[in-house]
Design a protein around this ligand. Sequence first.
Ligand SMILES: NC(=O)c1ccc[n+]([C@@H]2O[C@H](COP(=O)([O-])OP(=O)(O)OC[C@H]3O[C@@H](n4cnc5c(N)ncnc54)[C@H](O)[C@@H]3O)[C@@H](O)[C@H]2O)c1
Ligand SMILES: O=P(O)(O)OC[C@H](O)CO
Length: 312
Amino acid sequence: MGAGAFGTALAVALARDGRDVTLWARDLADMATTRRSHRLPDVLIPEGVTITSHLPDAGEADTVLLAVPAQTLRDVLIAYEDVLRSRTLVACCKGIDLTTLTGPAATIARTLPQATGAILTGPSFAADIARGLPTALTLACGSARTGLALQETLSTGTLRVYRTTDTIGAELGGALKNVIAIACGVAIGAGLGDSARAALMTRGFAEMQRLAAALGADPQTLAGLSGLGDLALTCTSELSRNYRFGLALGAGASIDTTLTVEGAATSRAVTRLGHERGIDLPICAVVAALTDRDISVETALQTLLSRPLKEE
Ligand SMILES: NC(=O)c1ccc[n+]([C@@H]2O[C@H](COP(=O)([O-])OP(=O)(O)OC[C@H]3O[C@@H](n4cnc5c(N)ncnc54)[C@H](O)[C@@H]3O)[C@@H](O)[C@H]2O)c1
Ligand SMILES: O=P(O)(O)OC[C@H](O)CO
């Protein structure tokens, strides 16, 4: 579900590997004839993928990949409850819901408790997956048995899927790395240098670990693909929309508001979560304030540099 960049890339990769795939688009436009998503225009969707805007066309499909933005996941689950509630739902989005302050796996569990929920996350650009470039992902599912089955279902010759039962760690890693990527983009966009970016990545990772530990995640999960792996990719590549959003903020350039930039809303959500739980998340808070245009880059920098000195 979701024929944007990621949903299309996953459909293409899985169909190429022989899976029976139906790709659901909210708005079909001319996709069924052009066999292209306007979010991934260079990629031709193979005939093996059934493209539809009518969800019941998914028929008996027992696994549904939800590749919609994190802030829309809850609405999608509610709108299509009848079709989704008895299936295995794999959230492919990276973010924290602003209303409930929950990640995708927890959002599924709360909204459709009868469904089996899982999350697919980790360092991966849609364009790379669609081109068949080697990519490693994390599949997190509270049920070890379902996780094992999903790992088999979603792995292909070029997509290597690792599994974990730590859904909270996996979803926090994917959500928070986007916030830190915005901070890194701002640093580079404002000309603060690579050393500043390395500091933000490292201290940002400390914030990810702190929040994850407080919410009951396994610290090892954060050191894996869904945390450190995706942080490394997103904070260093101009293919990342979150990083590019930060670059534009830092440079004072115009922002492309049509793009999905998950870290913007998530910076606000995790800042609220931090306040509620009494957890210090200074980089996330600064990103939220910058995103809301509440502070300048200069103030953001001074805020971080003037904090009390501490042990690492
Ligand atoms: N693009 C990537 O490289 C990539 C990689 C890994 C994970 N992701 C994650 O996948 C998620 C989706 O990202 P994307 O890149 O595909 O975004 P996108 O903007 O390319 O596509 C989003 C899709 O969701 C659809 N959509 C939006 N609101 C909807 C709603 N209310 N109901 C139904 N459909 C709706 C849009 O029509 C669009 O087709 C994000 O959480 C992102 O972090 C993306
Ligand atoms: O373009 P971004 O910033 O949403 O990043 C895409 C993926 O999450 C990278 O793993």
